[in-house]
Design a protein around this ligand. Structure first.
Ligand code: HMG
Ligand code: MG
Length: 298
C-alpha cells in the first residue's frame, strides 16, 4: 500500500532559481516563497549559503531569508556546504540545513571542489554545530543513479555516502537524480541503498525531469513507502554543474498525481498553479508543468 500522506519539499526558490541566467530580484524570490506557503507547502528550501563566485544567483541569501514573513507550521531550509556557509546561514535562523554530497567523485569535485571523503570531513563540524543549535540536518546525495561525468552509478556508491552521512549525524538523506536519467527500478535500488542506513521517514526522492522519468520515479518510490519528495514549482531549474539538466519534477504535477491516488499533501493545487504563473511571468518563461498548462488552458 502507498503512503496515505506525502510531504513535498518545495525547492524551486533554491534549486530552481540557482540556475536562472537572468538576475531575479530578492523581492520576487520572497514573494514566491509567500505564495508557496499560501498554497499549503509546509517545507520550503529558500536559498543556499554557497560561494557567490560559484553561484551568484544565491548571493542575496540573507536578504531573502530576512524578507520572508514566516508562517507557523512552515519549515524553511537552506543549503550549507561548509562552516562558512553554516555561520552565515545560522544568522538567518533556518529550521533545517542541507549538506550536499555526491555518489560520484567527479561530480563532487565539479560541484563542491573536493572529494567525497573531504566533503564528509567538511560536513561533520557543520552537522555538529547545526544540531547543537537545534537545527535539523538533511543530506543530499547527488548523482545517485547517474553522473554527467562518470555515467551509471552503482547503488553501493549511494550506500557508502548514506553510511558516511549517518556516521556524522546527518538526520535525513535525499536520493538525488541530478541529471534525470533514472528509471523506476534503478531509482528503487538507489533508495534501498539509502534505506540500509536510514528509516523510511528519513529518506526522500529528489528527481530532475530531464528524461521525463521523474513522475514514474516518484510512483516507484511510493511503492517502497517513501513519503517525502523534493519538487519545484512549475519545474523551475537545473544544476549549474550538470550541463543540460532540467528542473526538478514540477510540484503541480506531483500534487496532481498524489491527489489522484487519494494521497493527502495539504496543497491547494489552484493556489500552487498561481504561484507557478507568478514566477514564470516574472522570468518571462512558459511553465514547465503539464498540469498547470492543461488546467490554465481549460
Ligand atoms: P572553494 O573555492 O573550494 O572554497 O569552494 P574555499 O573554502 O577554498 O573558499 C574560496 C572562496 O570562497 C573564499 O573567498 C571563501 O571565503 C569563499 P575569497 O577568499 O576567494 O574571497 N567561500 C564562501 N563564500 C560564501 N559562502 C560560503 C563559502 N565558502 C567559501 N559557504 C565551495 C567550495 C563549496 C564554497 C564552492 O564549491 C561552492 O560554493 N559550491 C556551490 C555549488 C552549488 O551551490 N551547487 C548547486 C547546489 S547543489 C545541487 O543543486 C544539487 C541538489 O539539488 C541535489 C541534486 O539535484 O543532485 C542539492
Ligand atoms: Mg537538484
Amino acid at each position: 500500500t502507498l503512503p496515505s500522506r506525502v510531504t513535498l519539499v518545495e525547492v524551486g526558490p533554491r534549486d530552481g532559481l540557482q540556475n536562472e541566467k537572468q538576475a531575479v530580484p530578492a523581492a520576487t524570490k520572497i514573494e514566491l516563497v509567500h505564495r508557496l506557503q499560501a498554497a499549503g507547502l509546509r517545507e520550503i528550501e529558500v536559498t543556499s549559503f554557497v560561494s557567490p563566485k560559484w553561484v551568484p544567483q544565491m548571493a542575496d541569501n540573507a536578504e531573502v531569508m530576512a524578507g520572508v514573513q514566516r508562517q507557523s507550521g512552515v519549515r524553511y531550509s537552506v543549503l550549507t556546504p561548509n562552516l562558512k556557509g553554516w555561520e552565515a546561514a545560522a544568522l538567518t535562523q533556518p529550521d533545517e540545513i542541507v549538506v550536499f554530497g555526491a555518489a560520484s567523485e567527479a561530480f563532487s569535485q565539479k560541484n563542491i571542489n573536493c572529494s567525497i571523503a573531504e566533503s564528509i570531513e567538511r560536513f561533520a563540524p557543520v552537522v555538529q554545530a547545526a544540531r547543537a543549535a537545534g537545527v535539523k540536518v538533511r543530506g543530499a546525495i547527488s548523482c545517485a543513479v547517474g553522473c554527467p561525468y562518470e555515467g551509471d552509478i552503482a547503488p553501493e556508491r549511494v550506500e557508502l555516502v548514506a553510511r558516511l552521512m549517518a556516521q556524522i549525524g546527518v538526520q535525513h538523506v535525499g536520493v538525488a537524480d541530478t541529471i534525470g536519467v533514472g528509471t523506476p527500478r534503478k531509482v528503487q535500488r538507489a533508495l534501498e541503498a539509502a534505506l540500509k542506513h536510514y528509516p523510511l521517514a528519513e529518506v526522500s526522492g529528489h528527481f530532475h525531469d530531464t528524461y521525463g522519468q521523474a513522475l514514474s520515479n516518484v510512483y516507484a518510490s511510493l511503492e517502497l513507502g517513501i513519503s517525502t519528495f523534493d519538487t519545484s514549482v512549475s519545474g523551475l531549474g537545473g544544476c549549474p554543474y550538470a550541463k543540460g539538466a532540467t528542473g526538478n519534477v514540477p510540484t503541480e504535477d506531483v500534487a496532481y498525481l498524489l491527489h489522484g491516488l487519494g494521497i493527502d499533501t495539504g496543497i491547494n493545487l489552484d493556489a500552487l498553479i498561481d504561484a507557478g504563473v507568478f514566477i514564470r511571468e516574472a522570468l518571462g518563461q512558459p511553465t514547465g508543468s503539464r498540469v498547470a498548462r492543461a488546467l490554465l488552458s481549460k
